[in-house]
Design a protein around this ligand. Structure first.
Ligand code: PLP
Length: 464
């Protein structure tokens, strides 16, 4: 069969997929029995599947398609670049115009103290880079004992060895005997699930101080860095209480460790600012980026590096033995430039902050009135609904965590919209170009999906 042939009926495609294709983060046995959904084309915020259904892409692909699907301008830029220079490396004293132009652009968009970017092909590779870079930085600074990296439980930083280790997903750690030594995890700022016995404000401060305790117990002279997502994405859109980041900033300001803001989801406008750390008034030393960098048109990631770390790494006048064949890949860089130009020209970041963001948030937060919803939360264009058996007693979860989420996710798909389930919370992270009309459809579909889910749960005896 040809790569984009639609001549095959869905069943034939599903059978071939089941026979030969191992999917990321999937229970392959049950997936192969059930059959995959085959997406064949996309335009704006709409996907089309192999049966011709139109589906609202409430997850922007996988948190990444900021500018929407099917932008001719990006594919033209890639096409042109491919004809001119489809590949060359950036090792051995060489460079090329797309990598140079993208670097200049990123440096301009980043906070003032960040002016340099290292390239790779994904968020996971970006965090593998971070892992080696922060430790090497302290070696060069003459502090080789500073090696421990502090991450957070239920954080997500990718699925390579370093990404999995830095992340705090226990299920992932169990597969492959991770984390590697020298990574320490602290509690996450998940008020709804773990902090509800305090006010959100008190809990924010309380859980931020876990960082202070960890640094002081391990010893500041042994800690290299703290890594965190401004808002945890894959962990279930955990939006920290307002008091959390200011307290973390206070703790970091008083201590000499590096702060790594994983911007893979929050970067490039998701929260209504160019970077999630700027949204929260944080000053990171390193920012892993990927996803929205190219809006997913081609794979590309990077690490934005502050002047301080660049200078430290250059101190010894020695090589940092690290790089990827595809670091700065010209076609990917061309896609990133075209994507960033669209975001700038169309004022997409500002639009999230003052137009579509508030518009969707207002409607999304009202879903908290549904009897199945324990909490609705959203910042910028990323949000979650916590599904619970009894909204009057919201912090008591369903039994068999994850089952109800999956029922709701399937109901959403059947209603023509992608929502992701994390445990029993429903996640939304639509393209940033979502129109008001599309936002209305999103809310109507979410409501209908909650009603449908409630009916199923009622019928199957989940609601007691
Ligand atoms: C998706 C993600 C990653 C990993 O990126 P990949 O491109 O999938 O390797 C890392 N960090 C965060 C915060 C992510 O959401």
């Amino acid at each position: 069969m040809t790569a984009h042939s639609n001549l095959y009926p869905t069943k034939a495609l599903q059978d071939l997929d089941a026979a030969h294709h191992w999917h990321p983060f999937s229970d392959m046995k049950s997936l192969n029995q059930e059959g995959t959904r085959i997406i064949t084309s996309a335009d704006g915020v709409w996907l089309t599947d192999s049966d011709g259904n139109r589906i609202l892409d409430g997850m922007a692909g996988l948190w990444c398609v900021q500018v929407g699907h099917g932008r001719q301008e990006i594919s033209d830029a890639v096409h042109k670049q491919m004809n001119e220079l489809s590949y060359y490396n950036t090792f051995f004293k060489t460079s090329h115009p797309p990598a140079i132009a993208l670097s200049e652009k990123l440096a301009r968009l980043a906070p003032d103290h960040i002016n340099t970017v290292f390239y790779c092909s994904s968020g996971s590779e970006a965090n593998d880079t971070v892992f080696r870079m922060v430790r090497t930085y302290w070696d060069k600074m003459g502090k080789p004992d500073k090696k421990v990296i502090i991450g957070r439980w239920n954080g997500y930083h990718g699925s390579t060895v370093a990404g999995t280790s830095l992340g705090g997903m226990k299920g992932m750690h169990e597969q492959g005997n991770l984390p590697v030594p020298g990574v320490h995890h602290i509690d996450q700022p998940y008020w709804f699930g773990e902090g509800y016995e305090m006010s959100p404000e008190d809990f924010g401060v309380h859980v931020a101080r876990k960082l202070e305790q960890a640094i002081d117990e391990i010893g500041e002279d042994k800690v290299a860095a703290f890594i965190a997502e401004p808002i945890q994405g894959a962990g279930g859109v955990i939006i920290p209480p307002e008091t959390y980041w200011p307290e973390v900033r206070r703790i970091l300001d008083e201590r000499d460790i590096l702060f790594v803001s994983d911007e893979v989801i929050c970067g490039f406008g998701r929260l209504g600012d160019w970077f999630g750390s700027s949204h929260y008034g944080m000053k990171p030393d390193l920012m892993p980026i990927a996803k929205g960098l190219t809006s997913g048109y081609l794979p590309m990631g990077g690490v934005m590096v502050s002047d301080r770390v660049v200078e430290g790494l250059m101190l010894a006048g020695e090589e940092f033995y690290h790089g990827y064949t595809y670091s700065g890949h010209p076609a990917c860089a061309a896609a990133a430039i075209a994507n960033l130009e669209i975001i700038e020209r169309e004022g997409i970041v500002e639009r999230v902050k003052s137009d579509i963001g508030p518009y969707l948030q207002e409607r999304w937060l009202k879903l908290a009135n549904h009897e199945l919803v324990g909490e609705a939360r959203m910042t910028g264009l990323v949000g979650a609904l916590e599904l619970v058996p009894d909204a009057r007693n919201p912090h008591k979860p369903f039994k068999n965590v994850g089952t109800v989420g999956t029922i709701c996710r399937d109901a959403s798909f059947a209603n023509g919209m992608v929502m992701r389930a994390v445990r029993d919370s429903m996640i939304i992270s639509p393209p940033l170009v979502l129109t008001h009309e599309e936002a209305d459809i999103l809310i109507e579909t979410a409501e209908k999906t909650l009603n449908d889910t409630w009916q199923i749960l009622k019928k199957d005896g989940w609601l007691g």
